[in-house]
Design a protein around this ligand. Sequence first.
Ligand code: MG
Length: 161
Amino acid sequence: MVHVGIGYDVHALVEGRKLILGGVEIPHPKGLDGHSDADVLMHAICDAILGAMGEADIGHFFPNTDPRWKGARSRLFLNEAARLVEFREGKIINVDATLIAQAPKIFPYVHAMKINIAEALGLNIKLVGIKATTNERLGFLGREEGIAAMAVASVDLRQEG
Ligand code: MG
């Protein structure tokens, strides 16, 4: 049975933080605020995988009150989501995500992001989709106050459903 899940995340852009998206450090005057590395793309993908399994969200598994996750690299969260899929004897079929960022330009980093996400999930890079769009200068994303990401994941849970 193929199960699909959806994920969404947003973090505020602030000074004095590195900008990490899809595990790639991107040169930019501001970075995303958060307890971990605030990698909004990996967080959205993580939630999509958890959602496909009907599990609780990323904040439940990795609370931002837990000092273990302070400054954590978000690939750990993807590792853990993939481990949960394995535990349920499932298989991730594919993930697809869209980053919504007015700036910086994302495209030059997409391939490196795909490599990181594919590695963290144990997937072929062809099974990882990443696109990016601006918000046409509209709203908080358009004013560069934050960056958002949405994602879907499909997971084959053979034994279930
Ligand atoms: Mg987050």
